[in-house]
Design a protein around this ligand. Structure first.
Ligand code: NAD
Ligand code: MG
Length: 394
């Protein structure tokens, strides 16, 4: 392999960021950390900087920049600390960067991720919200710049691995009948419906198979995560919502499947550990060790499948409707969901209010076309305002 690759990790202090650094540290001859970014937990960012010695670190404001810069200097590091969204975009687009891990959570990741795309980088996409919000514009930017977009979300990474290399010709052209998106069903798959009203943030964040950030954990519990992933899959693989079927598979061993017209169904399996898709995308088209133990099918024993229940998981229906409506709808769905999840985590609303709030926001405004990024951010802002009104008006 050629020169050492320079990697920027956006959202380095998060669950995906830390797993990425774990894989990178196993291959110092292949990867060097160019920049690390964090929004909170800046003491952890400092520790990561000492471990990985990046050229840049990015923090949210001047005060924390001054503080971190002082500490890094005292530790003898030459790392330069940059600030805010401008800093995030700079370390994503820098000419010296080969690869950007987009692992900021939520809409906050859109501009920096797009900056990496527009600069033609190899972009490892974990930040699904960015693609959900701005799908058409995002994919257009990928085409224009020649960026290499590789999915980190385990389901999309699995689908990517099960598709032929020339799938960009179109799913029908390469013989795909449909894509089967697996879902664990989260911690409330079997909770009596009447009890869902009373579940706590702690219960929602205790995922049976995956350890993840709090926002995606709540999304998994409501299955909005699968809804966002359905929209993500539509953009990544140029699929229509009807070509994607959600299958509940509680063991989280099959990460997704592709069903071909000849009756062949290809699946990707593995232990539920995000270091597998991360290592796959980092090294693609080569393969490297990820640190994940080999899959032991004998201890897995069995694989179960069931159909999702949209009464239990209304967020799935809301996401499908937003995907079908297109335009501003997915950006509004995403923004309303971000506000709702935050309010649930702060115990201001109950779990079942999440879907109620999103539905009310989506019904409050007609769907508009989004031809430029401004319109995406406008839809995002409008949904947040409507969601705040919903919260205030209860
Ligand atoms: P996390 O909450 O653990 O980490 C989020 C990171 O983003 C942190 O580094 C945080 O400092 C940073 N951040 C938060 N708000 C920010 C802001 N306003 N500006 C700049 N940075 C900000 O989340 P995670 O679980 O690592 O998830 C990251 C992304 O990856 C999400 O989009 C999630 O949907 C996706 N994803 C995660 C997993 C997983 O297993 N954790 C799996 C698939 C996809
Ligand atoms: Mg996923």
């Amino acid at each position: 392999m050629s020169a050492v690759q320079q990697v920027t990790v956006l959202g380095a202090t998060g669950s995906i960021g830390l797993s990425t650094l774990d894989v990178i540290a196993r291959h110092p001859e292949r990867y060097q950390v160019f920049a690390l970014t964090g929004f909170s937990r800046l003491a952890e960012l400092q520790v990561l900087c000492v471990q990985h010695r990046p050229r840049y670190a990015v923090v949210p404001d001047d005060r924390s920049a001054l503080d971190l810069q002082g500490r890094l200097r005292a530790a003898g590091l030459a790392t330069e600390v940059l600030v805010g969204e401008e800093g995030l975009c700079a370390v994503s687009a820098d000419a010296a960067v080969d690869c950007v891990m987009a692992a900021i959570v939520g809409a906050a990741g859109l501009r920096p991720t797009l900056a990496a795309v527009q600069a033609g980088k190899k972009v490892l996409l974990a930040n699904k919200e960015a693609l959900v919000m701005s799908g058409a514009l995002f994919m257009q930017a990928v085409k224009q710049s020649g960026a290499v977009l590789l999915p980190i979300d385990s389901e999309h990474n699995a689908i990517f691995q099960c598709l032929p290399g020339d799938y960009a010709r179109g799913l029908q052209a390469v013989g795909v009948r449909r894509v089967l998106l697996t879902a664990s069903g989260g911690p409330f798959r079997e909770t009596p419906l009447a009890e869902l009203e009373r579940v706590t943030p702690e219960q929602a964040c205790a995922h049976p198979n995956w350890s993840m950030g709090r926002k995606i954990s709540v999304d998994s519990a409501s299955m909005m995560n699968k809804g966002l992933e359905m929209i993500e899959a539509c953009w990544l693989f140029d699929a229509r919502p009807e070509q994607i079927e959600v299958v509940i598979h509680r063991q989280s061993v099959i990460h997704s499947l592709v069903d071909y017209v000849d009756g062949s169904v290809l699946a990707q399996l593995g232990n539920p550990d995000m270091r597998t898709p991360i290592a796959h995308a980092l090294a693609w088209p080569e393969r490297i060790d990820s640190g994940v133990p080999p899959l032991d099918l004998f201890s897995v024993g069995r694989l179960d499948f069931e159909r999702p229940d949209e009464q239990r998981f209304p967020c799935l229906r809301l996401a499908r409707e937003a995907a079908q409506a297109g335009g501003s709808a997915p950006a509004m769905l995403n923004a309303a969901n971000e506000v709702a999840v935050e309010a649930f985590l702060q115990r201001r609303i109950c779990f079942t209010d999440i879907a109620r709030m999103i539905e009310s926001v989506l019904n409050a405004r007609p769907v508009r076309a989004v031809e430029a990024l401004d319109a995406v951010f406008e839809a995002d802002a409008q949904a947040r305002e409507l969601a705040a009104q919903w919260l205030a008006g209860r």
